[in-house]
Design a protein around this ligand. Structure first.
Ligand SMILES: Cc1cc2nc3c(=O)[nH]c(=O)nc-3n(C[C@H](O)[C@H](O)[C@H](O)COP(=O)(O)OP(=O)(O)OC[C@H]3O[C@@H](n4cnc5c(N)ncnc54)[C@H](O)[C@@H]3O)c2cc1C
Length: 441
């Protein structure tokens, strides 16, 4: 048995998953307690770098170069007084208070590190979600998903190759369309659809001038009666109009029952063909979380937490973000969104501080600040919620775009502080001026 962390007397706080919520929590705890030696804070992630997940559709379409925006965990940990362990958590032993990390294997199948165990006094699960294919046959084999930067980059390479192929075919006189089928009318599917039209337009400036947005055919399939079910009717209506102007074919009440090579079969027996098939319909927590070490889990594997954000059966174990099921007093559940993960990270920090100070813990209440949908550079639509707006207010255009970008800046501020975030914003502007408008490799 290999214990990665020696066990000094100070409290061991271990966070699994350095995403939208986990990395913010590790950073804040490191700065407050790690720096002063009040706790030993450790972050475990299966990747070496962090990229804010809501940017993945931009990486997929090439509008964003992941290499520019990603944060290296080791460098960030050193600056913020916490420790980082590279590894994929696969199990938990609550009696020994240890998490188990699967052996680390390189691309050639060679074992880099054997199975490891990490001891904890307080453990926070923050390992996000994966796309739910509802065990529909053929989806895993034939569809791309956008769960991680690696998948987004794979999509991007496939997309560039498909554009190249179509461009050559059209140059040779063949009248072809590049067909993409996206399943799932949530924010991911909608935002990706719009980004693809932007990519087709920008590529024309880089010598792929036989193919443009008019040769792209994106079909967005939604099983329910309308896309963006979580958003008010008028926002969904506005988005449908904008997508229609771009050329996206939105198909409601279209349920996919099987995936094939190059086609998706619907419940009505129709085959919808596509050069690239994307699955973006719903999320679930990873399978290994289901009933892990006797913890209570919900139907989609999320860990059940109470209002303090501690798991229902073990008060040393907390969960935040997409991987937790958190009921609200009105009977609803906290939605799997970046703003939930951000709020929950701040709340767990507060409760850990109160626990240390012997004060009673506070109940978490989700605050919905609104939802925004970015249709690439074409439009941004959404709603703002709050006291200032007196409920929900629809916003569009430049203001909506600024609010959308401010969500990411808020995350950067939690990680890097105000000065560094301003510097990063400046670097973004410079990159915008000196780099190609699309990632071309
Ligand atoms: C394309 C796209 C667009 C989106 N747009 C929006 C938006 O506009 N607004 C919004 O509010 N939300 C949006 N979301 C949802 C949002 O990204 C998530 O709700 C949010 O990232 C959840 O945060 P989290 O901290 O729970 O998990 P994540 O941010 O997903 O982080 C999970 C981390 O855990 C790590 N991990 C996973 N498994 C393991 C393991 N076994 N061992 C170790 N590490 C592990 C991962 O590498 C990752 O770093 C979008 C999602 C996608 C995919």
């Amino acid at each position: 048995m290999n214990h990665d962390i020696k066990t000094p007397d100070i409290e061991q706080i271990v966070i699994i998953g350095g995403g939208a919520g986990g990395l913010e929590l590790a950073t804040q705890l490191g700065r407050r307690w790690g720096r002063k030696g009040k706790a030993h804070v450790t972050l475990i992630d299966r990747n070496n770098t962090h990229l804010w997940k809501p940017l993945l559709h931009e990486v997929a379409a090439g509008s964003l170069d992941a290499g520019v925006d990603e944060v290296n965990y080791r460098g960030h940990a050193r600056r913020n007084h916490f420790h980082f362990i590279l590894g994929s958590v696969c199990d938990l032993n609550r009696d020994q208070r240890e998490v188990v990390l699967a052996p680390l294997v390189d691309e050639d199948g060679q074992t880099v590190l054997a199975e490891r165990r990490v001891r904890y006094d307080q453990l926070v699960f923050a390992l996000g979600s994966v796309t739910n294919d509802f065990n529909i046959p053929g989806i895993d084999e034939h569809c791309l998903k956008l769960d991680a930067p690696g998948q987004a980059e794979r999509f991007h390479r496939r997309l560039l190759n498909a554009f190249l192929r179509q461009d050559r075919a059209r140059a040779a006189g063949q009248d072809q369309q590049l067909k993409l089928v996206i399943v799932g009318g949530g924010a991911t599917g909608v935002e990706l659809s719009a980004e693809l039209y932007n990519s087709a337009k920008v590529l024309q400036d880089y010598d792929l001038d036989h193919i443009g947005p008019e040769h792209l055919q994106v079909s967005l399939l939604e099983a329910g009666p309308r896309i963006l079910p979580a958003l008010p009717d008028r926002i969904a209506g506005s988005v449908i109009t904008e997508l229609g102007k771009l050329g996206v074919k939105v198909r409601h009440n279209t349920q996919v029952v099987r995936g094939h090579k190059g086609a998706l079969e619907t419940k009505d027996g129709e085959m919808i063909e596509g050069d690239i098939l994307v699955w973006a319909a719903g999320v679930r927590a990873p399978n290994f979380l289901k009933d892990i070490a006797g913890l209570e889990s919900a139907r989609n594997n999320q860990l059940m937490v109470n209002e303090t954000l501690q798991t229902t059966r073990d008060e040393r174990i907390w969960a935040l973000g997409d991987c937790c099921a958190c009921p609200q007093p009105d009977g609803s559940w906290v939605p799997p969104r970046a703003q939930s993960a951000h709020q929950m990270a701040s709340h767990i920090l507060k409760n850990l501080q109160r626990q240390k100070a012997g004060k009673p813990m506070l109940a978490y209440r989700y605050k919905d600040h609104g939802s925004l949908i970015s249709l690439s550079r074409f439009s941004t639509v959404g709603s703002l919620m709050g006291n200032l707006t007196g409920g929900s207010m629809m916003i569009e255009g430049r203001i909506a775009r600024l609010v959308y970008i401010s969500l990411y800046r808020q995350h950067q501020m939690a990680l890097h502080g105000v000065t560094r975030t301003l510097m990063l914003a400046l670097i973004d502007r410079l990159n915008h001026a000196i780099r190609p408008r699309l990632k071309l490799h």
